[in-house]
Design a protein around this ligand. Structure first.
Ligand code: PAF
Length: 285
């Protein structure tokens, strides 16, 4: 596996791949890799001639400096995992390499992300999706992949990225991959390592409450389902729901009944102590 630290090295690598007519899969990550990331890489390896994994903790998408400061960084272990699942190259640049000083003088580009970026995470984390669009558009332009792979745990992020590539005119196939869960139901996340043992025992209750919500939605109105899910999770020690919204899976606008849309998803964010966990579940598809 090649380790690429500079934009020049990345460009040379992708140009060589294109010269040989090879397809490239890009898996953008912020490192602290786990089995969920490994599943994205394996999928890319199975569908492309070469797979590039980017490993970059993007400062511009963190609206909370404490979250950026405590974000786990495990580069050596990440490289070993990527090697074991067959990645062709890893792009692991410095912040200065991605955002050079010279760029500070170019006008700030505001992405047109539409309504999908305004609700839920967009409302709670001002500027977050602009930062995600900034780094993902940069990575797509630099690596010119055939396909790019994203996990459905960040359900809204995928909708925002689809919108971004449409408005920016970037040609790439976005491949969304299912959430990977621990045996007890907790969605895999780089943030899980920050849970205390007690919080780790409690956190699977989030998925359990969502799954119960799907069952309840067969027999009661969605507003009552919503309230039951929130009450169940808030009753867990150290857990507090930040938001839970049951939305149309394409527009991400709230629905009041399952009949309102053929694709309905419940998206949730929960503080477990000071660890912010996100998850979602499909109510109808
Ligand atoms: O989902 C993530 O890990 C990040 O938001 C991404 C897509 C790698 C951009 O920094």
């Amino acid at each position: 596996m090649k380790i690429l630290r500079t934009v020049r090295e990345l460009r040379d690598f992708t140009e060589a791949m294109h010269a040989e007519n090879k397809s490239i899969g890009l898996v953008p990550t912020m490192g602290a890799l786990h089995t969920g990331h490994a599943s994205l890489v394996k999928r890319s390896v199975s569908e492309n001639d070469a797979t590039v994994v980017s490993l970059f903790v993007n400062p511009t998408q963190f609206n909370n400096p404490a979250d950026l400061a405590t974000y786990p960084r495990t580069e050596e272990a990440d490289f070993a995992l990527l090697e074991s699942v067959g990645a062709t190259a890893v792009f692991a640049p410095s912040v200065e390499e991605v955002y050079p000083e010279e760029e500070k003088n170019t006008p700030v580009h505001t992405f047109d992300l539409g309504q999908v970026a305004e609700v839920m995470e967009g409302a709670m984390r001002p500027g977050h999706f602009q930062g995600v669009a900034q780094i993902v558009s940069k990575l797509l332009r630099l690596s010119t992949p055939t396909r790019a792979y994203f996990g459905e745990k960040d359900f809204q992020q995928i909708a925002v990225i689809r919108r971004m590539i449409a408005t920016e005119g970037i040609e790439v196939e976005i491949v969304s991959c299912p959430i990977v869960r621990e045996a007890d139901g907790l969605a895999l996340s780089s943030r899980n390592v920050r849970l205390t043992p007690a919080q780790r025992r409690t956190a699977p209750g989030i998925h359990a409450a969502l799954a119960k919500g799907v069952e309840l939605s067969r027999e009661m109105p969605l507003q009552q389902v919503h309230d039951a899910v929130v009450a169940d999770i808030n009753a867990l020690p150290e857990c507090e729901v930040e938001y839970f919204e049951i939305v149309d899976g394409i527009t991400l606008q709230p629905v009041s009944s399952l009949e309102d849309s053929s694709y309905v998803v419940g998206c949730i964010t929960v503080y477990c102590g000071d660890v912010r966990l996100i998850d979602n579940i499909c109510f109808r598809k």
